[in-house]
Design a protein around this ligand. Structure first.
Ligand code: PEP
Ligand code: MG
Length: 874
């Protein structure tokens, strides 16, 4: 099979080959070449070669270098340059490029092909000695670092010394003789740390570089990035070998990165930065401060105009925002890269809406463009205008990724991870972040850097995750060792709280008040479109009136799960609850339950009112009773005093309720089998609340859900009890109107799914409790799974955490069977899901496919579920 694909004027072979093989960068280079954009020609080595390299125990496959030779020969002919030539040498860049872009994860080598001989030729050919040796020193540095793992600091020290010697403030102020001297020192460093001379055969350089790119696929940071991003199933990385365009030949040269629209806000305005007389990573690395692209017209009007035209061409071609890299060589523009631009959730929404308006895409495409999970970012709090008025602004950095973050200060990634684990909210404060900081960045509530621009590592990664980030706050002096910062003449230590506003770049003292977001503008429009296309209903899991109202504001069409146990934990209630648990006779138990009834009724009235005209599924008590009792002796003693019993009695009751496997123990419907009076109290409270609402002309629509059913007989028994209680309560209250309370069950035990046709005889609805269903299908304790799950995902035994994203192959079969058999038992049986998976886009897609009627998720995920449901239907 073909391993190498050429792109250039001579031919472009990669068209139609696809991203999987060419990688994103390789495919887009081929694409841009074929639509006539100025792209330096080159070759792409496929991702399959990377896979083969690893399969063969890290050996380049046979014949690869022959194909590379052939490609280079074509390149030489097209450009009339020669690899390693002593007159007109060809130089190339070598870059990685997987099918999914991984910013900052993989390494780049520029100016490959330079040797002691060809550097002289380059100097002569370009009449620019400074440039030639600048290119050479970069090559030795990058090659040494990436291929031979020479610590970059060695090179940097040498460079600093040379700059000092020649009195150069900036890199590009070092004169030619200084760079010649530097190249010699670099070669000496190279030899000292590798034990070898810097390779003088360009083909050898190329071969080693190709291998280094393959190796970088499996570095810890690349693996970790894929883990964090959930990127799986890729073959490997492709390698792009592209002829060089030089941005560092003088003042008429430059390089830059830009987005066709603002990736932070979505505004339709060309957005980016460029540096004059610079090469490659200079912009991203933040070595010099770049200028905004808008200022480019002052420098070179023609190039700026051309760049704007290319921006439009690219958007018309890809119909999406592009993130581009370009270089200007002696006034001539070259495109080095394009890819779909990473953007914040807010930008994704705005861009999708704008592009529909502009006629670039249709509504369905627009909906598919917005990663449902990214809507979380729009649902994050922002600082309230009032509190900001009074906030003390310490400094203003770049608004790199929007949001509001308040936290104490962590100075290393490890520290951020540890303190977050310990329950703290921290801001990660760094000069600039690097891929090694990924974990800490992910843990922190916000990221603050003192150097680096809008396209720096911190900014790009933070935007990708929607993590709040202020970058390049240059006035902040960071003392990492002393764990403190100095800004505005004041010192803040690690335990001090700061607030950062990622939308304005402000860094503020103390904890500034935040406010909840609203659905409006473009967001509302996207939600409206989503509702038009989705067929799944979206409900919420809520057990307070406040959460119910919030979910309703976010578009919830009812409550799919109201967990009643949460209501028993408040001050007065827990006492009656404990009294009930301690009771030795049914009579005592009933007396304690009677005290709980008014509380429950009140709770339900509140929730039914917030959810008027919408169904509310109330689940009867689910957890094992011991969860309501204290376990340490001191608390047990207090409880005994409060209830007027002996501490020994409390202790013995706690001991009696102890179970080896509580999640498989006396819980769910099993409680109601043993203590039917609990069911009676809860059902009575539900019915009384509904009647009270009806009297106030509030249409309450309760549904009663019986948890943890495994056999039809269990449900049959409890259904009768429920029906009797409903009738009795109506009679007691003298209520003769309609109530239409549905009675249904959760399907969360595998046996219930297997016998769903029988269970459905007694259930008017099913709600899949996929938390327990996953627990019991895998046999993984959902509360202890973190002891081994990280190993399971790391070793790819499991593709993802099955408690977060439904295991469609295994657990999914039980869901599908439950629906199918359930509807065999009862025509048109209403089916929903209320496990955590109900808010996960991939799981929602599955729910749509197997024909569920609705999903139910936490209030903040309701908009995400609405969008994901639409995406599933499109
Ligand atoms: C479930 O098991 O999926 C469920 C929703 O119930 P809980 O998480 O309360 O056990
Ligand atoms: Mg459950």
């Amino acid at each position: 099979t073909k391993m190498v694909y050429y792109f250039g004027k001579t031919k472009t072979e990669g068209k139609g080959v696809g991203k999987d093989l060419l990688g994103g960068k390789g495919l887009n280079l081929a694409d841009m070449t074929s639509i006539g954009l100025p792209v330096p020609p080159g070759i792409t080595i496929t991702t399959q070669v990377c896979a083969d390299y690893y399969k063969a125990g890290k050996k380049l496959p046979k014949g690869l270098m022959d194909e590379v030779h052939e490609g280079v020969a074509t390149l030489e002919k097209e450009l009339k340059k020669k690899f390693g030539d002593n007159k007109n040498p060809l130089l190339v860049s070598v870059r990685s490029g997987a099918a999914v872009s991984m910013p900052g994860m993989m390494n780049t080598i520029l100016n490959l092909g330079l040797t002691d001989e060809s550097v002289v030729a380059l100097a002569n050919a370009t009449s620019n000695q400074r440039f030639a040796y600048d290119a050479y020193r970069r090559l030795i540095d990058m090659f040494g670092d990436v291929v031979m793992e020479v610590d970059r600091d060695h090179f940097e020290h040498a460079f600093t010394a040379i700059k000092k010697k020649y009195n150069a403030g900036q890199d590009n102020e070092v004169p030619a003789e200084g760079l010649i001297e530097l190249c010699n020192e670099y070669k000496a460093i190279y030899k000292k740390y590798t034990g070898e001379d810097f390779p003088q055969d360009p083909m050898k350089q190329l071969e080693l570089a190709i291998e280094a790119v393959f190796k970088s696929w499996n570095t810890t940071r690349a693996v970790r990035y894929r883990e964090v991003e959930g990127i799986r199933g890729l073959l490997g990385t492709a390698v792009n070998v592209q002829s060089m365009a030089y941005g560092n030949m003088g003042q008429d040269c430059g390089t830059g990165v830009a987005f066709t629209r603002n990736p932070s806000t979505g505004e339709n305005k060309f957005y980016g930065e460029f540096l004059i007389d610079a090469q490659g990573e200079d912009v991203v690395a933040g070595i010099r401060t770049p200028q905004p692209v808008a200022e480019m017209s002052k420098w070179n009007k023609t190039v700026y105009k051309q760049l704007l035209e290319i921006k439009d061409t690219l958007e018309a071609h890809y119909k999406d925002v592009q993130d581009i890299e370009f270089t200007i060589e002696k006034g001539e523009l070259f495109m080095l890269q394009t890819r779909n631009g990473k953007r914040t959730g807010a930008a994704a929404v705005k861009i999708a809406c704008d592009m529909v308006k502009e006629g670039l895409i249709d509504e369905k495409t627009a909906l598919l463009r917005i990663p449902a999970n990214d809507l979380t970012q729009l649902l994050l709090p922002s600082f309230t205008p009032e509190s900001k008025k009074n906030a003390k602004v310490l400094t203003i950095g770049l608004p790199a990724s929007p949001g509001a973050a308040v936290g104490t200060l962590a100075f290393t990634a490890e520290e951020a991870v540890e303190r977050t684990h310990a329950g703290e909210k921290v801001l990660l404060v760094r000069k600039e972040t690097s891929p090694e900081d990924i974990d800490g960045m992910h843990s922190a509530v916000g990221i603050l850097t003192s150097t680096g621009g809008m396209t720096s590592h911190a900014a790009v990664v933070a935007r990708g995750w929607g993590r709040c980030c202020v970058a390049g706050a240059g006035e902040i002096e960071i003392d990492e060792k002393g764990r403190k910062i100095k800004v505005g003449g004041k010192t803040y230590k690690h335990s001090d709280v700061l607030s950062i506003d990622g939308s304005t770049g402000q860094v503020m003292e103390g904890s500034v008040e935040t406010s909840e977001p609203k659905l409006s503008g473009d967001f509302a429009k996207v939600m409206k479109w989503a509702d038009q296309y989705r067929t799944l209903g979206v409900r919420t899991n809520a057990d307070t009136p406040k959460d119910s109202q919030r979910a309703r504001d976010f578009g919830a069409e009812g409550i799919g799960l109201c967990r009643t146990e949460h209501m028993f934990f408040e001050e007065d209630r827990i006492t009656s609850m404990r009294e009930m648990i301690l009771a030795e006779t049914e009579e005592d138990r009933r007396a304690a339950l009677a005290k709980l009834l008014p509380y429950q009724r009140e709770d339900f009235v509140g929730i039914f009112t917030a959810m008027k005209n919408l169904p509310v599924t109330v689940r009867l008590l689910d957890p094992p009773l011991h969860e309501f009792l204290p376990h340490d002796p001191k608390a047990q003693k207090e409880m005994a005093e409060m209830l007027g019993v002996s501490p020994a009695k409390v202790k013995s009751r706690v001991a009696a309720l102890h179970e080896s496997n509580p999640m498989l123990g006396h819980r769910g419907c099993r409680l109601s089998v043993t203590y039917p009076e609990i069911l009676e109290m809860q059902v009575t409270a539900i019915v009384e609340a509904a009647i009270e609402c009806k009297k106030n002309r509030i249409n309450a629509m309760p549904e009663i859900m019986i948890p943890l059913v495994g056999t039809a007989a269990e449900l049959s028994l409890l259904r009768s009890k429920t029906e009797e209680t409903i009738e009795k309560t109506k009679a007691d209250k003298g209520y003769s109107g309609q109530l239409d309370i549905l009675i249904g069950t959760m399907i969360e035990i595998p046996r219930a799914a297997l016998t769903a046709n029988e269970v459905a005889e007694y259930a008017e609805f099913f709600s899949f409790g996929t938390n327990d269903l996953t627990q019991m299908t895998f046999g993984y304790s959902r509360d202890d799974v973190n002891t081994f799950l990280p190993d399971y995902t790391r070793l790819e035994i499991l593709p993802t955490d099955p408690f977060q994203s439904l295991d469609t192959t295994g657990v999914g079969q039980l869901v599908e069977m439950g629906v199918t058999k359930g509807r065999q038992g009862r025509n048109g049986l209403k089916c929903g899901i209320c496990g955590e998976h109900g808010g996960d886009p991939a799981s929602i897609d599955f729910c749509h496919t197997v024909g569920l009627d609705y999903v139910s998720c936490s209030p903040f995920r309701v908009p995400i579920a609405r969008l994901a449901a639409a995406q599933a239907a499109i």
